[in-house]
Design a protein around this ligand. Structure first.
Ligand SMILES: NC(=O)c1ccc[n+]([C@@H]2O[C@H](COP(=O)([O-])OP(=O)(O)OC[C@H]3O[C@@H](n4cnc5c(N)ncnc54)[C@H](OP(=O)(O)O)[C@@H]3O)[C@@H](O)[C@H]2O)c1
Length: 268
């Protein structure tokens, strides 16, 4: 199936690790021009070298997206160095879990800064430019955005209330902006992963193993046994759906929020 992504400029926030890295590889395999962003130069260098070994060249940029002006800087840099952005994949998030009894207003604020704004800043900057392109009538699809959000925004969990609230807000922003920007042909969609096997989840498994007094493998097996599909997602599986949503094969899909939790939450 030709996804029509060859030569497209794809900016992936959080592209140095986990789901974002899987997206970087998947879009590169489709022949897209990929730019990745994250905070830690060592993570960026590791991702860059890994993809280079696989035969792909990606543009890499260091930025902390919780800083309001960083998004404008990276979008400008990538647009100049690689080209106007056709696809934005937002996957740079780092929401902490909290004991609900210690969850104060500062924790909510910190979580919005760690998960909500690092998605909103690049999204608003890229949207502004995509809309300008559409108004200028340059032809073709002006662009599309995929937000990697999380099922915690649909199903509350005692230790993920602040992160879940940020995710719920991101879902509302996704559908609201999709509704408005459809007039310009800009599509905005989201994926809600459940537990996905990235370093973030590996750390959670280690904690769970320590709490349960079992080996990591046993804690992982117990967690996965709770999922109707019998296992956690692989980052590559999330990336495949991001590819589809960003592609012309999804040209009439906008404002969709795709759950990818292995059937865990039977919600409409
Ligand atoms: N894995 C799961 O089970 C799961 C489930 C549901 C939702 N999600 C969501 O999916 C997204 C990706 O998760 P993941 O598991 O792939 O996480 P991950 O492996 O920890 O990767 C997160 C990426 O984001 C970057 N990053 C974090 N904060 C940043 C910031 N302020 N500015 C720039 N870059 C930043 C990190 O690199 P640096 O450290 O170098 O900045 C890294 O590249 C997150 O928003 C997460 O909440 C994940």
């Amino acid at each position: 199936m030709d996804l029509g992504l060859k030569g497209k400029v794809v900016l992936i926030t959080g592209g140095s690790k986990g789901i974002g890295f899987a997206c970087a590889r998947a879009f590169a395999q489709e022949g897209a021009k990929v730019a990745i962003v994250s905070r830690d130069p060592a993570n960026l260098a590791r991702a860059y070298e890994q993809l280079k070994q696989e035969g792909f060249h990606v543009h890499r940029t260091r930025a902390d997206l919780h800083e309001p002006h960083s998004a404008a800087d990276i979008v400008e840099e990538v647009s100049t160095a690689v080209g106007p952005i056709d696809v934005l994949i937002n996957s740079a998030g780092a929401a902490r879990r909290y004991d609900p009894e210690t969850l104060d207003a500062d924790a909510f604020k910190a979580t919005m800064e760690a998960k909500y704004f690092p998605y909103i800043y690049p999204q608003q900057e890229v949207l502004r430019r995509m809309a300008e392109r559409a108004k200028a009538g340059s032809g073709g699809e002006p662009g599309t955005i995929v937000n990697i959000i999380g099922m915690g925004g649909k199903v509350a969990s005692d230790i993920h209330i602040a992160g879940g609230a940020a995710n719920a807000a991101l879902m509302l922003a996704t559908v609201g902006l999709a509704h408005y920007y459809a007039r310009y042909g800009i599509r905005i969609n989201a994926i809600n992963p459940g537990a996905t096997l990235t370093e973030r989840v590996e750390e959670a498994v280690k904690l769970e193993a320590a709490l349960q007094g079992v080996e990591n493998a046993e804690a992982l097996a117990r967690g996965q046994a709770k999922v109707p599909l019998g296992r956690y997602a692989k980052p590559e599986e999330i990336a495949d759906v991001a590819l589809f949503l960003a592609s012309r094969r999804a040209s009439y899909v906008t404002g969709a929020i795709v759950p990818m939790d292995g059937g865990s939450a039977p919600l409409i």
